[in-house]
Design a protein around this ligand. Structure first.
Ligand code: PEP
Ligand code: MG
Length: 586
C-alpha cells in the first residue's frame, strides 16, 4: 500500500446517506460546483467600465441562449411539463431588471468586476427573499442563486450547462442539491449515479433518479466537500452508501455484485409478458406508480398491468401558474393512450405539506402534514378541483381511466368529491364533450381513521388503494421527510401491519378491490407478507415490477397466509423480523 505522504495516496472512506434510488454504480466523481463561491473581486479602471458592461451583457446573452435552447428541447415529447414551468421561473429571474440591469449599475458605480457585481446583487436579493413569510417565496432564493451561478459560469468562460460526462468511464454527479432544470441534463448526459448533500428519499431529485433507473444517495451532508473531482466512487443506492476510493477488494466485491444485478435484470426482462401468478394459481395485478406523463413508456417496458397511481400533483409543482384544463387533459390523455387499453388511475392533486405550489396550501403551518393537503385542499379550491376533474373526465374518453381521491379521512370528503365529479360530468354533457360516465372512483387509505371506518368507504367507492408511506407516518407519528426520526419510520411496526391487514380484510368482505401503492408494495422482503394479508394488487415504481413479479411466481399463498397470521398475532418486533426472514427463505 502507498504511504500517506505519497500524493497518489487516496484515503478510502464511506459516507452514509439516505438510499434514494436502488442499484450500484462504480464511477468517477464529477462535482457540480457553486460558481458563486469562487468569485474573485477586483477593481476596474474607469476606462474599463464599458468593456466590463459588454462582458456582463455577453454572459447574460449566453445564458439566455442556453435557456432558449433548453426550452426548444423541451418542446419534444420527452421533457416533463414541470421542468418547463421550473425553467420559466429561472427565465423570469434572468430577465428581471434586478438581475439584468442592477449589476450594471454596480459595475459602473463601484468600478468592480462583473462577477462581483452580480453576486453582490444576488446576496441582496436572497436576503430579501428570505424575509418573506411565504415559504414558497422564501424557497425562490435558491432559484436566484442557481440563475446567478449560470451567469457567473458564463462570465468565467465555463460552460453554463452541467459538464458533459466523460464517455470513457461512468460518471457520478456530486452536488449540494439539484434543481429540476439541472435534472433535464440527466436525460441526455447518462450519468451513472447521483449523490447530493441534501434532500430526502422523496425529493424531486430522488424521484428523477428512480425514473431514470440510476442509483442515488441523498442527504449525505458533506459529500461535496469531502469528495474530490474524478475520485473513484461506489454509489450503493440499495444501502445508501458512497464508498470513496474503494480498495481493490471492495471494488472487486461490488463489481461482482453489480454484474450479478445486471444479469439478474437482464434475466428478469424475460418475465415482461408473463402474468404474475402464484404457485397455487392466484393471479396478482402488478401496476405502476408514475409522476410524469413520460413515465408511461417505462410502464409498458416493465410489463405493468396498468397505472395504479399517477401522482398528478407533479403537474402543478415548480411553476407560478396553474396548469390549464387543456394542458392537464393532454397529460392525462397521453398516459391513457400510452397505456394501450390498460387502466390508468389518476390521483387528484395531492398538494400541501411537502408538495407545494404558490398560493396553494403553502401558508405557514406548524403541522403541514396534518393541515390543508390532499383531498382537503382539493375541496378547499373548488375551481381548481373542477378544472382537474373536467380534464380527467375528458381523458377518460380515450381509454380506461379511474379517479383516485388522496388521503380520505371522513365521509364528507367522499360525498363532496362525488358531488364534484357529478357536477363536472354535467358540465361536460352540457358542453357536448365525451367522457366515460362509468369512470370508477376510489380512495386512498393513508390515515388510521380511514382503516378503522373503512366499511363506510367500501359502500361509497369503487376501489381503494393503501398509501403506506403516509399510513406509516400517521400511525407512528413519524414525519416521513424528517431525517431525525427516520429510524422510527418502520413499515414492520405491528400497528402498521395490523392496519394494513385489517384494511385488506374489510375491503375483501365488501368485495371492494384494494391495492397497496405506497413504497411497501415494491419492497421485495414484504411481497410474501402482503400476499399473506390477502393483497392481490400491488402498485410500485415501474423499475421494481419484474423483481416483485419473480417473487410472486415462486410464492405459495398458503405458506404466506400461515406466516402472515402468525406475524399478526405478535407485537414483538424481533419475532416479526424472524418470521419474515423465514417466510422469504421458503
Ligand atoms: C403513500 O402515501 O403511500 C402514497 C402512495 O402517496 P404519496 O407517497 O404520494 O404521499
Ligand atoms: Mg400519500
Amino acid at each position: 500500500m502507498n504511504a500517506p505522504t505519497d500524493p497518489l495516496f487516496k484515503i478510502s472512506f464511506v459516507l452514509h446517506g439516505v438510499a434514494a434510488a436502488p442499484g450500484i454504480a462504480i464511477a468517477r466523481a464529477q462535482l457540480v460546483s457553486h460558481a458563486t463561491l469562487e468569485v474573485a473581486h477586483y477593481d476596474i479602471a474607469p476606462e474599463q467600465i464599458d468593456d466590463e458592461l459588454v462582458r456582463f451583457d455577453t454572459a447574460l446573452a449566453t445564458v439566455r441562449a442556453d435557456f432558449e435552447a433548453l426550452h426548444e428541447r423541451m418542446k419534444g415529447d420527452d421533457a416533463p411539463a414541470e421542468f418547463g414551468a421550473f425553467l420559466d421561473v429561472h427565465w423570469m429571474i434572468l430577465t428581471d431588471t434586478q438581475i439584468a440591469k442592477e449589476p450594471k449599475r454596480l459595475i459602473a458605480e463601484q468600478q468592480c468586476n462583473a462577477e462581483w457585481a452580480v453576486t453582490q446583487q444576488m446576496k441582496t436579493l436572497v436576503e430579501q427573499f428570505e424575509q418573506f413569510e411565504d415559504p414558497y417565496l422564501r424557497e425562490r432564493s435558491n432559484d436566484v442563486v442557481q440563475v446567478v451561478e449560470r451567469i457567473v459560469k458564463a462570465l468565467m468562460g465555463k460552460p453554463s450547462e452541467l459538464p458533459l460526462i466523460n464517455p470513457l468511464h461512468a460518471t457520478a454527479l456530486i452536488a449540494h442539491d439539484l434543481s429540476p432544470a439541472d435534472a433535464i441534463h440527466f436525460k441526455e448526459s447518462a450519468f451513472a449515479a447521483f449523490v447530493t448533500d441534501v434532500g430526502g428519499a422523496t425529493s424531486h431529485t430522488a424521484i428523477v433518479a428512480r425514473s431514470l433507473g440510476i442509483p442515488a444517495v441523498v442527504a449525505l451532508h458533506n459529500a461535496r466537500s469531502l469528495i474530490r473531482e474524478a475520485e473513484s466512487l461506489i454509489v450503493d443506492g440499495d444501502n445508501g452508501l458512497v464508498i470513496v476510493n474503494p480498495d481493490h477488494q471492495v471494488l472487486a466485491e461490488y463489481e461482482l455484485k453489480q454484474s450479478g444485478q445486471r444479469l439478474e435484470r437482464k434475466k428478469l426482462t424475460r418475465l415482461v409478458a408473463t402474468r404474475a401468478v402464484t404457485l397455487d394459481g392466484t393471479v396478482i395485478d402488478l401496476n405502476a406508480n408514475i409522476e410524469l406523463p413520460t413515465d408511461a413508456k417505462g410502464c409498458i417496458e416493465n410489463g405493468a398491468d396498468g397505472v395504479g397511481l399517477f401522482r398528478s400533483e407533479f403537474l402543478f409543482m415548480h411553476r407560478d401558474d396553474l396548469p390549464t384544463e387543456d394542458e392537464q387533459f393532454e397529460s392525462y390523455r397521453s398516459v391513457v393512450v400510452g397505456l394501450q387499453g390498460r387502466p390508468v388511475t389518476i390521483r387528484t392533486f395531492d398538494l400541501g405539506a411537502d408538495k407545494r405550489m404558490p398560493g396553494l396550501g403553502d401558508r405557514p403551518s406548524d403541522n403541514p402534514a396534518l393541515g390543508l393537503r390532499a383531498i382537503r385542499l382539493c375541496l378547499a379550491e373548488p375551481k381548481l378541483f373542477m378544472t382537474q376533474l373536467r380534464a380527467i373526465l375528458r381523458a377518460s374518453a380515450f381509454g380506461r381511466l379511474r379517479i383516485l381521491i388522496p388521503m380520505i379521512s371522513n365521509a364528507h370528503e367522499v360525498t363532496q368529491t362525488l358531488a364534484f365529479i357529478a357536477r363536472a360530468k354535467a358540465e361536460l354533457v352540457r358542453d357536448g364533450i365525451a367522457f366515460d360516465n362509468d369512470v370508477p372512483v376510489g380512495g386512498m387509505v393513508e390515515i388510521p381513521a380511514a382503516v378503522l371506518s373503512l366499511a363506510y368507504f367500501t359502500e361509497h367507492l369503487d376501489f381503494l388503494s393503501i398509501g403506506t408511506n403516509d399510513l406509516i407516518q400517521y400511525t407512528l407519528a413519524v414525519d416521513r421527510t424528517d431525517d431525525a426520526v427516520a429510524h422510527m419510520y418502520d413499515p414492520l411496526h405491528p400497528a402498521v401491519l395490523k392496519l394494513i391487514a385489517q384494511a385488506i380484510r374489510t375491503a375483501a368482505k365488501a368485495n371492494t378491490p384494494i391495492a397497496v401503492c405506497g413504497e411497501m408494495a415494491g419492497e421485495l422482503r414484504l411481497t410474501r407478507l402482503l400476499l399473506g394479508f390477502g393483497l392481490r394488487n400491488f402498485s410500485m415504481h415501474p423499475a421494481q415490477l419484474l423483481t416483485i413479479k419473480q417473487r410472486i411466481l415462486t410464492s405459495s399463498i398458503a405458506d404466506c397466509e400461515a406466516v402472515a397470521n402468525r406475524i399478526l398475532r405478535t407485537d414483538d418486533p424481533d419475532k416479526i423480523a424472524a418470521a419474515l426472514v423465514k417466510l422469504n427463505a421458503l
